[in-house]
Design a protein around this ligand. Structure first.
Ligand SMILES: Nc1ncnc2c1ncn2[C@@H]1O[C@H](COP(=O)(O)OP(=O)(O)OP(=O)(O)O)[C@@H](O)[C@H]1O
Length: 405
């Protein structure tokens, strides 16, 4: 069947008034970005739906992209026919032949925005229902949970029919909840935390610490590649790389071993917070899960969090590792995350970090360091790039290597 339009139903639209408008505008913008490679599409955002006219474009790849856009509850493929009711009947029957299998029940549901049409919603439901029953003798009509629902929408410019409804990603359009920083390592958890932040409408910017020469270019590229994977959910993402080797070396040579990790993390958080301020972000997200490792006990979190009052949000805090892995697989970051490139935290990890660091002691050990100078030099080396959907960093490097061989 040649479809004419995709009808997108908005997700969580509990907000009213001005918020509703910004929700719809942002969703429209995000959908337009994701579908930028299809110039023939025409989009019309309305109060309760977004209509995407296909103008001959193949619906399948477009639907695959729409499935990742937050703020969409469901979407349906529809076909436009004329106001001639015989055309409507013929198309509804064609749809039933396409989707119906023996034993399935059905229902017709009609909406009219064109109230001048000569049949009202009840008449349309009944007459179409009768036509379908004649074509499929013995078929069950089921009002509550039909297997197939033929939806009919009567509009000024024609009548739109659909029967396939696809579940969207839910959540809120990325950008409607404001901007925040995500502390992105190359591991499994922080990309999942980023995905969950985006799902609630947060526009994230990545902050990644790296420590050359202790960490390789490949480790940096892995974090960039992970960022690229997340662009499918919300468009371009800023990637902020922060040099961290001098800070780690200094801490290692000046602080008792048990406190290395806590103090390193405090520096990471301070730097992320400064970058947040510079970028006008409102909060910081990370991939910590309670009790997962030494730095993620509640005592450690408290000692690290001590450097800022900025909200630190931990979307995977209460999830089991298996649950996080399942999500990482669903969003296609898992296989990349498990590639064995070193992270600056693992390179400098002490053999037995304190799992219950004392805040007073932490502050005391840290006070011997030139905190401002270390931070200033690290910030001076920050590099900011924008990662777009389709950008690749890992493969590119493999290609480079293969050309050298
Ligand atoms: N190199 C880094 N750059 C930016 N943030 C980092 C870095 N390393 C760790 N983090 C942040 O600290 C959190 C905890 O890191 P840690 O290495 O202790 O745990 P993890 O459970 O292995 O997390 P992940 O799987 O995200 O690496 C990460 O989820 C991330 O938000």
């Amino acid at each position: 069947m040649e479809y004419t339009e995709i009808m997108v139903r908005y997700g969580e639209l509990s907000t009213k008034g001005k918020n509703r408008k910004s929700f719809i505008d942002r969703l429209h913008g995000n959908v337009a970005k994701v579908l930028k490679d299809y110039p023939n599409l025409v989009m019309r955002p309305h109060r309760d739906r977004l209509h995407i006219q296909l103008n001959g474009e193949d619906a399948q790849p477009i639907m695959e992209k729409l499935k990742n856009v937050f703020g969409i509850q469901t979407f349906s493929l529809s076909v436009k026919v004329s106001h001639d009711f015989e055309d409507v009947k013929a198309k509804a029957i064609e749809m039933m032949h396409e989707g119906w299998k023996p034993g399935m029940s059905f229902k017709v549901g009609t909406k009219r925005s064109d109230h001048s049409y000569h049949l009202d919603t009840n008449q349309i439901n009944l007459q179409l229902g009768d036509a379908i029953c004649d074509e499929f003798p013995g078929i069950d009509v089921e009002m509550k949970r039909p297997d197939i629902k033929i939806s009919v929408e009567v509009r000024q410019d024609g009548i739109y029919l659909s029967y396939l409804t696809v579940k969207g990603a839910g959540g809120l359009p990325v950008g409607t909840a404001g901007k925040a920083m995500l502390m992105l390592s190359g591991g499994i958890d922080s990309p999942v935390a980023g995905y969950l932040a985006m799902k609630r409408g947060v526009d994230i910017e990545m902050v990644h610490f790296f420590s050359p020469p202790y960490t390789s270019e490949q480790a940096l590229n892995k974090a960039k590649e992970l960022t690229s994977k997340l662009t499918v959910f919300g468009g371009n993402i800023k990637f902020i790389e922060v040099p961290f080797a001098e800070i780690q070396e200094t801490i290692k040579s000046s602080v008792p071993e048990g406190y290395l990790m806590t103090i390193q993390r405090r520096f990471m958080l301070r730097l992320t917070d400064m970058l947040r301020e510079q970028e006008n972000g409102l909060a910081i997200f990370n991939g910590e899960a309670v009790g997962q490792v030494a730095s993620q006990t509640l005592e450690s979190m408290a000692a690290i969090n001590d450097v800022t009052t900025t909200p630190i949000l931990r979307p995977v805090a209460t999830m089991d590792k298996t649950e996080i892995i399942k999500l990482a697989e669903d969003i296609d970051t898992f296989n990349l995350s498990i590639q064995p490139f070193e992270d600056c935290c693992t390179v400098f990890a002490p053999p037995s970090p304190k799992t219950r660091p004392n805040i007073e002691k932490t502050r005391k050990f840290e006070s011997s360091l030139d905190i401002d100078g270390l931070i200033e030099r690290s910030l001076a080396g920050v590099k900011i790039t924008t990662i777009e959907h389709g950008d690749h960093f890992m493969e590119q490097q493999q290609e480079d290597i293969s050309t050298l061989l």
